[in-house]
Structure formats: structure tokens, C-alpha cells
Design a protein around this ligand. Structure first.
Ligand code: FCB
Length: 395
């Protein structure tokens, strides 16, 4: 049997655009329609209306924290014009979490931008940080005191790659230079937001919250252990997984390492003893490799910062496989803890089935199933099994 510490945080995550519905001032809303994406986000899970019921479910599943994001475009639908009503909505949302004993982990940017910001070049704009900070200041002024964990930016590496290098997400840029420029601007924005958030807490005589990003990390594995493959793995690990985090550490602008882990990524050519074809897969074809979580966590030990798993999960129509995935990743996590890695908590992606970006509503990541016709929620068996771990701190 495995035991987790008493104060361990257990929960699930969502992001505003993927669950709320009707985010019509966001760049994705406009883009989905323009390129005629197969599934439009539309009403998504109607979480904007049903958040209280959804938090009841999380509480019933013994979660003690919850990660969600604030939709910038709702709060600032036009440049410089902030919506008091939407700010008030998010205050109610955060209070609803607290009333249920769920500690809020709040993300300020989760892939989507206001349309007006997209029109001026979004994160390529040299003043992107200024616009972002103005929004951050509004939100944090309203929520300071209620939020112990802030995540400024979700997966800056995924965002920069998908939106500016691979051409897959809006604005479909395909330039290495642009992706670097955006990464640079995101680093700057985070560093300033970090200090701004702390200043607001200080001004209000509040104890400091913990602030980080949610960094997507992949377990890079060489197909064959050749020197060339090993060098490629080293470089990918350094630039994809660690670069952003190291910059924030150098600027002393990070309190814990927020980590999102899903799968491995195979590097180089040739066969391998862990041949990817024999690994189990999620419904989007991503390999399942719990050992990768252990390896990555051990690699973070030297930074001497606690780690918080802010996303880990599987899309599948096979709920027994979902439970195996959770269980095996928790085993990896516990092994890393036994070997000296300090871990604050584990947040599963996602509480609900939701809009999986350009893949639409097909992939089912939820602990809770959503019927997109009736919007009815149904708790899955894997959620119940996970809820036992959350309750007992034992696996
Ligand atoms: C992560 C994203 C999240 C979700 C999962 C499956 O990269 O942060 O929004 O789409 O993948």
C-alpha cells in the first residue's frame, strides 16, 4: 500500500474555454468558425451556468482543490473596458469553491486571447506584457485573499509551438523566429505578473500566494540508444521541458514547479526495447508511459522547488484503462516522493469531458461524463476509485 502525506492536495482541472460555453469574445471562437472546425465549442459543458453543481460533484468525490481558468476575453471584451459583471461572476465561482472546501488554483491564461488582443498581434505584440498585466491586476485585485495558488500561463511551450510554429492553432503561425519571440514575451509577462500579484497581496496585508506556470513536459526517449539520439533527447528535454522554468528560476519568479504530464515522445529512428507499438494508448493515440513521470520528477529534484502536478490524464472510452492510468501515474509519483522529490498535490485532467481544442468533443478526458445533448453529468467508476485515494490518502 502507498501512503500520501496528510496535507496532500487532490483535485481535477478545467479551463474556461473548454467548459464554460459561449466565449464569443475569444480568438478561438472567431477562428473555429472561420476555418469551419468540425466541432464548434458552442455551449461546451455549460459550466458557466452549472459551476456550482460541478463543484458539488468535485466535493462529493473528496477533492480538496480545484484548478480552473479565467477567460480574459470575458473580463475585458474590448480593449481597456472591463466587465464588472464578469469579474463578479468569477468572484462567485471562487467563493463557491471555498464554500465546498476546495482550494482554488487559478490560471490566468489558458491558450485563448481576447479578439481585440489577437488583432494587434497577440503575444507577438511588443507591448503584450502591458496588456496582460492590466488584466491580471484587475482580476487579482478582486480575488486576492481567496486564491492560494496562481498559474499565470498554461503550457507556454505548447501555446508557442501550436500557435506560432506548427500552424495548428490560431493565429496559425509557422515561424521558428515568431515562436521564439512569443516565448520571450511570455517569459517577460510571467515575471512581471509574478511581482504584481505579490505586490497586491502585500498591499492588502495578505500572506503571499504560491505562483507558477503549468509547464507541459514530455518524457523524451531515444528509439535506439545511439549517441546522436541521446544528444537529441538531451536537447529536447532542455529546450522543451526546462528552458522556461529555468528562466523563471533565474529571475526568482517561481514558487513551485507546475507540471502537466501526459505521455512520452520518441526521438530518432530505429527500434527500441520499449517499442511504442506495444504501449497502451489513449483515444488520440498518445502512448501511456507512467515511468516517464517518475523520470521527469527525478530530473527536477536539483531545482529544490516543490512540484505540483497540475494536469495528468487520459482520454479514453475504456474507463477501466482510465483508472489504470491514474493508479500507475500515482505509483510513479509516490516513488519519486520516496526518493526525495517534494510534491504538493495531484490534479487530474479533467473534472469533466470537454472541448479538446482542434480535436473537438470526441476525446473523453473526464472523471465525469458529459452528455452533450442533455448536459447531464454522470460520475465514472474511475472517479469513484480516485475519490477513495483522495479521502484516505492511500492507494
Ligand atoms: C493540455 C491542455 C489542456 C487539455 C489537455 C488534454 O495540453 O493544457 O487544456 O487540452 O492538454
Amino acid at each position: 500500500m502507498i501512503e500520501f502525506p496528510k496535507e496532500f492536495l487532490w483535485g481535477a482541472a478545467t479551463s474556461a474555454y473548454q467548459v464554460e460555453g459561449n466565449n464569443m469574445f475569444s480568438d478561438w471562437w472567431e477562428w473555429e468558425k472561420r476555418i469551419s472546425l468540425k466541432h464548434l465549442s458552442g455551449l461546451a459543458c455549460r459550466h458557466y451556468e452549472f459551476y456550482a453543481q460541478d463543484f458539488d460533484l468535485a466535493k462529493g468525490l473528496n477533492h480538496n482543490c480545484h484548478r480552473l481558468s479565467i477567460e480574459w476575453a470575458r473580463v475585458e471584451p474590448e480593449e481597456g473596458k472591463f466587465s464588472g459583471e464578469e469579474l463578479e461572476h468569477y468572484r462567485r465561482v471562487i467563493l463557491a469553491l471555498k464554500e465546498r472546501g476546495l482550494r482554488p488554483i487559478v490560471t490566468l491564461h489558458h491558450f485563448t486571447n481576447p479578439i481585440w488582443f489577437a488583432k494587434i498581434g497577440a503575444w507577438r505584440n511588443r507591448k503584450a506584457d502591458k496588456y496582460f498585466l492590466r488584466y491580471v491586476e484587475k482580476v487579482v485585485n478582486i480575488l486576492a485573499g481567496e486564491v492560494p495558488f496562481w498559474v499565470t500561463i498554461n503550457e507556454p511551450n505548447v501555446y508557442a509551438y501550436h500557435s506560432y510554429l506548427l500552424g495548428l492553432w490560431p493565429p496559425q503561425g509557422k515561424s521558428f523566429f515568431r515562436a521564439r519571440q512569443v516565448t520571450h514575451n511570455l517569459v517577460n509577462a510571467h515575471i512581471q505578473a509574478y511581482h504584481l500579484i505579490r505586490d497586491i497581496y502585500k498591499k492588502n496585508n495578505l500572506s503571499y500566494p504560491k505562483i507558477s506556470i503549468a509547464q507541459n513536459m514530455q518524457a523524451f526517449i531515444p528509439r535506439l540508444p545511439s549517441l546522436a539520439n541521446k544528444i537529441a533527447v538531451y536537447l529536447k528535454h532542455k529546450f522543451y521541458n526546462l528552458e522556461f522554468i529555468e528562466k523563471l528560476i533565474a529571475h526568482q519568479a517561481i514558487d513551485f514547479i507546475g507540471m502537466n504530464y501526459y505521455s512520452p515522445s520518441w526521438v530518432g529512428k530505429g527500434g527500441s526495447k520499449d517499442d511504442p507499438s506495444v504501449l497502451r494508448k489513449n483515444s488520440m493515440g498518445w502512448d501511456i508511459y507512467p515511468q516517464g513521470l517518475y523520470d521527469l520528477l527525478m530530473g527536477l529534484k536539483n531545482y529544490n522547488l516543490p512540484v505540483f502536478i497540475l494536469e495528468n490524464g487520459i482520454c479514453t472510452d475504456n474507463d477501466a484503462l482510465r483508472w489504470d492510468y491514474i493508479k500507475e501515474h500515482l505509483e510513479s509519483l509516490s516513488r519519486a516522493m520516496q526518493n526525495g522529490v517534494k510534491i504538493l498535490g495531484y490534479v487530474y485532467w479533467s473534472l469533466l469531458d470537454n472541448f479538446e481544442w482542434d480535436k473537438g468533443f470526441g476525446p473523453r478526458f473526464g472523471l465525469v461524463e458529459v452528455d452533450y445533448h442533455t448536459y447531464q453529468r454522470t460520475i465514472r467508476e474511475s472517479a469513484r476509485k480516485f475519490s477513495e485515494v483522495c479521502l484516505t490518502n492511500k492507494l
